[in-house]
Ligand binder design. Structure first.
Ligand SMILES: Cc1cc2nc3c(=O)[nH]c(=O)nc-3n(C[C@H](O)[C@H](O)[C@H](O)COP(=O)(O)OP(=O)(O)OC[C@H]3O[C@@H](n4cnc5c(N)ncnc54)[C@H](O)[C@@H]3O)c2cc1C
Length: 498
């Protein structure tokens, strides 16, 4: 595997001619549109392989967003592989050791699992001194202010002599009029139109991608929004853990993003009566429905944030992945694939995608990026090889959201079954949180736990309540299992699409 790890690599220098072409004529091997999570990482990684890269970002100011603030351990590992681990330093990042799930006031701690490793890694390393007789440390995630992290990633890209970072808004793709191959992109820079050319153009322009629409008919589906607040000096029940609060209504997330700051994300489904204008709008919903469900110790800092903060929201989108087929052009990051942010998986997917892409498009595998046939062959491979990790994160996020935002009796039964399953501990928490953390990369493990939860939920449903009603409950428990199938199978099928 061709890695881009900082420790071992000697970055191949570009010829004077290549630099001149990039700086003066805006011609490079790769143009990346979007200097966000994916764009910065991919520019850095491909630049490290000796490619000439132009990174276009519409605003280089520190972003102030409510997204991308908790990086799972599987994302931290990918950052390390990319040589970007130091971007987590000097930004007041907070370590994340796992989750605290609170269900109607009852709590269960779900730490990231010790010794959970990729099976492939196990096989590779089990005989080495490093692994022999040792217990691996529990992996850790990190949470932080998104804007600070992005600025660190941008600094890294800027520090790479093979990458030019340009503040410009990409407006239109440049096509070859004979072959339709994408040759680059037009962009507005300081109010003036400019053109940037490359053998390969990568659009990493995020959830509202301008360029996706030209290549896909389907659009992201968003059935709810996350509304974000920043709590100051909140007294969290379990510091260094992400908190998932389940009760009446959709889930609430709480996690520290700095020494003094805690992010609260409140999921509000579309057309929710308690958030309607008549009921006092979103602020009314936060005060009347959310606050009573929060742990007592957090309520005052939450209420203070409701009074003080400008309310901000983001759509929680779902967009299944598709294979890139356009010659000379790739759509990646959120522009290509999104899942509900409940499980905080987006950045982990993005960084792992960069690791895989850098391997598949390395100069050893694709000497010339203008060789579109080879690039597209490698992208087909990319589509399927990323699935071990990304299909797990995608399906888990969507399925878990359906359970955690339960709005009917069967889903409520599954939600309760899921919480009771977590309470069993051991493998019943190690597996699910290992999947969520991007540590376990085996779709089979996801299906195993999902259906174990469904069967457990059926069992609880049958055995709880009046024993005289047992036969009736046995029959109606089938509806609980059926609901579990209805929840998960559409997402499984969406991952099988090419
Ligand atoms: C509410 C919410 C919370 C989330 N929380 C988490 C979390 O805790 N953990 C996690 O891992 N993931 C989280 N995510 C997902 C995560 O934010 C995304 O997966 C990640 O940011 C995707 O990276 P990206 O580079 O594709 O897009 P972005 O990070 O959005 O970057 C896109 C970049 O493109 C630029 N751009 C756009 N158009 C143009 C143009 N025309 N020209 C030039 N530049 C352009 C933008 O300015 C931006 O810098 C969350 C998502 C949501 C909605």
């Amino acid at each position: 595997m061709v890695l881009v790890s900082n420790a071992q690599f000697a970055r191949p220098a570009l010829s004077h001619q290549a630099e001149k072409m990039r700086e003066e004529h805006h011609e490079a091997d790769i143009v990346v549109i979007g200097g966000g999570i994916f764009g910065c990482a991919v520019a850095w990684a491909l630049g490290n392989q000796g490619r000439s890269v132009i990174l276009l970002e519409k605003s280089l100011k520190e972003p102030d967003r409510i997204v991308g603030e908790l990086l799972q351990p599987g994302g931290v590992q990918a950052l390390e592989t990319l040589g970007l681990r130091d971007c987590l330093e000097e930004i007041d990042a907070v370590k994340v050791l796992g989750y605290d799930v609170i269900y109607y006031g009852e709590e269960v701690r779900i730490p990231y699992p010790a010794n959970a490793r990729d099976a492939a890694q196990d096989a590779e390393k089990s005989h080495t001194d490093e692994m022999r007789g040792t217990k691996r440390k529990r992996p850790e995630g990190r949470s932080f202010h998104h804007g600070r992290f992005i600025q660190r990633l941008r600094q890294k890209a800027l520090s790479n002599p093979n990458v030019s970072v340009v503040e410009a808004t990409a407006t239109e793709l440049i096509r070859c009029s004979f072959t339709s191959q994408i040759l680059g992109v037009q962009a507005t820079r300081n109010g003036e139109q400019d053109s940037y050319f490359a053998g390969l153009t990568i659009a990493a322009d995020g959830y509202a991608s301008k360029f996706r629409k030209e290549f896909r008919d389907d659009t992201p589906i968003a059935k709810s929004k996350f509304w974000g607040l920043e709590l100051i000096d909140a007294d969290l029940p379990m510091p260094y853990h992400g908190h998932v609060i389940l009760g009446d209504g959709a889930p609430i997330l709480l996690y520290q993003i700095g020494t003094h700051e805690t992010r609260a994300l409140v999921d509000i489904p579309e057309n929710l009566p308690s958030a309607s204008v008549q009921a006092g709008g979103v602020k009314g919903h936060l005060r009347n429905v959310v606050v009573p469900n929060l742990p007592k110790q957090v309520q005052s800092s939450f209420l203070a944030a409701v009074e003080r903060d400008r309310l901000r929201s983001m759509p929680n989108s779902w967009l299944p992945p598709t294979t890139n087929r356009a010659p000379g052009f790739l759509i990646l990051g959120d522009a290509m694939n999104m899942r509900h942010p409940l499980t905080g998986g987006g950045m982990t997917v993005a960084f792992n995608d960069v690791v895989l892409l850098a391997e598949l498009l390395s100069p050893e595998n694709v000497p010339n990026l203008e060789d579109t046939k080879t690039v597209l062959k490698q992208m087909k491979s990319f589509h399927w090889r990323r699935k071990n990790l990304t299909s797990v994160i995608n399906i888990l996020a969507q399925a878990l959201y359906s359970l955690f935002a339960a709005d009917d009796a069967q889903l409520k039964a599954l939600q309760m079954g899921c919480f009771q399953y977590f309470k069993l501990g051991g493998n019943c928490i190690d597996g699910p949180v290992g999947l969520l953390g991007g540590i376990i990369r085996q779709p089979f493990v996801l299906f195993y736990h999902f259906f174990a939860v469904a069967l457990y939920a059926m069992w609880i449903y049958i055995t709880s309540g009046n024993p005289l009603l047992l036969p009736i409950r046995m029959v109606s428990s089938v509806a609980v299992f059926w609901k579990a199938c209805v929840v998960i199978f559409p997402y499984i099928f969406s991952e099988l699409r090419s």
